[in-house]
Each structure stands twice: as structure tokens, then as C-alpha cells.
Design a protein around this ligand. Structure first.
Ligand code: FES
Length: 105
């Protein structure tokens, strides 16, 4: 399944991400600027912050308390903010679209 990343300038990048991998891993593997994933996916860096497109928000399991706490430390969090390391790719998420923040630090 693929994920679509849209940067702050409207640039659009597609990444094929195997089921079971996180969006963060997929973005890093595809060298998409804007997702850093410095902690490797253990919810301690918030540099994998992204904004989930409205139509996909409901399709994701809700954020854990730990993820919410970490999102408070992200730059410019919004209602649709998520940590991309906590979004696991599934076949149902084929085409999921997320927006990249202006900055991760
Ligand atoms: Fe560090 Fe997601 S990769 S919180």
C-alpha cells in the first residue's frame, strides 16, 4: 500500500510502505524530507510529527496517551496531528495522505 506525503509547499511524494511498517519508517526509507524519526519509533522525539488528512483521520486507531503527550512537544500541533511512527500501514490505509509540518525542530 502507498502513502502520500504533502510538504508545506504542496510538493507531493508517494511511498510504497509494506504492511506492518510505520509511516515514519516508510518516509525515512524513501528519503522524504520532513519526517526525521530520530528516536526510531519509540515515541520520544516527536520528529515524525505529521498532520493526517481529514478523510483519513477516522480510519486510524486513536492516539495513545503517550502519543498525545509527545504531540504536545511537537512544533505547531493541531487536532489532526499524529506521530507517524505510530501509524502502522495496513491494506485499508492504501492512499493515506498526510501533511508534513513546516519544521520538525
Ligand atoms: Fe520518534 Fe516517532 S520517531 S516519536
Amino acid at each position: 500500500p502507498k502513502a502520500i506525503f504533502i510538504d508545506k509547499d504542496g510538493g507531493q511524494y508517494e511511498a510504497d510502505i509494506p504492511v506492518g511498517q510505520s509511516l515514519m519508517e516508510g518516509a525515512v526509507d524513501n528519503m522524504i524530507d520532513g519526517i526525521l524519526g530520530e528516536c526510531g519509533g519509540v515515541m520520544s522525539c516527536a520528529t515524525c510529527h505529521c498532520y493526517v488528512a481529514k478523510e483519513w483521520e477516522d480510519k486510524l486507531p486513536p492516539a495513545s496517551e503517550r502519543e498525545e503527550d509527545m504531540l504536545d512537544m511537537a512544533i505547531e500541533p493541531q487536532d489532526n496531528s499524529r506521530l507517524s511512527c505510530q501509524i502502522e500501514m495496513t491494506d485499508e490505509l492504501d492512499g493515506i495522505t498526510v501533511y508534513l509540518p513546516r519544521s520538525q525542530f
